[in-house]
Design a binder for this molecule. Sequence first.
Ligand code: HSE
Length: 442
Amino acid sequence: MAHAPREPQAPHDPIRVALIGCGVVGSSVARLLVDHAEDLAARVGARLELVGIAVRRPERPRPEVPVDAALFTGDAADLVTRADIVVEVVGGLEPARSLILSAMEHGASVVTANKALLAEDGPTLYAAADGLGVDLYYEAAVAGAIPILRPIRESLAGDEVTKVMGVVNGTTNFVLDAMDTTGAGFAETVERAQALGYAEADPTADVEGFDAAAKAAILASLAFHTRVSSADVHREGITEVTAADIAAATQMGSVVKLLAICERVRGADGDAVSVRVHPAMIPRTHPLASVREAYNAVFVEANAAGQLMFYGRGAGGDPTASAVLGDIVAVARHRVAGGRGPNESAYAELPIVDMGSALTRYHISLAVADRPGVLAQVATAFAEHGVSIETVRQQVVSTEGQAHLVVVTHEAPDAALSATVDALAALDTVDEVVSVMRVEGS
Ligand code: HSE
């Protein structure tokens, strides 16, 4: 039977977009909305009408944002009540959380880049979006321009993700990459990164791993259908990484990266999840080793798909705005077609393993006395903690009576490995624990 031709659709009312925040990302979003208005309207099926931009100082001239000055307002609470899509790019917990909740209560869908809020209190926001039947999209919250959340949530929805491992903080990657290239220490490299604009004046959130931990929580929640908050993430930053660690990695044909690792762990009692952020050595042949400077990348392993790699810019106005605009188009399309996009699910409710029980591998470099029985003593410390050695290498050093031992372990509970390091440091034949670094990706 022939189908009747479809009636041409009546033009849809404009979709009202409100912007909360007009910093580096917000001003790029506003500019791109204006510059690409015609294309965006064609893709959505309705015009995207910018109805207001909430800022702290609405009277300040902003020539970089090509919109009517009357659109700027200091009243964000009012603005979120008169939009179909609210875009939150101010960051921080409050007032962002209250504004997002109010926007949803007034029927708006929300697009946000606020990783700290999602990692801290995502379930409250997801539940509100579900209950109110609106979208909450946040592609820009993890790894800037890189499409990674929708691929995990939607493209891989039919697969079983087993591991997500990412370089998700550009500042720390820039610092570690520069330390690798120049041989310089941490402190002087951070100063250089600050001078070049790659590190904030207060770099704590980046170098202590808070930013990466928030992103790890979001990635793990989506990958494993389990609620993971920042408090569940084991976090170590890069402030303790030394030039000796970088040199030790170089000798191993490896490179040091700050990794966000989200892993499905198979256990006798069922699956669990390990989520951690720490520096680790990875072989220079691993795809993540090629991520240089301030770039980001996320490496995903799934049962059926195998290995996948997502690479690109993790920060910056236009790259982050690209992800925000993609979300705006997606939720605007849902408004035009009716309905909403796929939501978060936490049905698996997998337990989260503590760091001490997570299985890791260590690379340990020791300066020891070069005399009979020392290797046996060192080996005994490993054996007493149930840690199996994969390789051990002795290096000749110029210091009289001293040798360097480089030990790489097999996988063992992290607590056992860390206790082994303490035991080694206490041996009177060990002059110095030169470097300790976890090993990943091999
Ligand atoms: N400060 C972050 C970074 C960018 O260095 O990657 C925003 O998440």
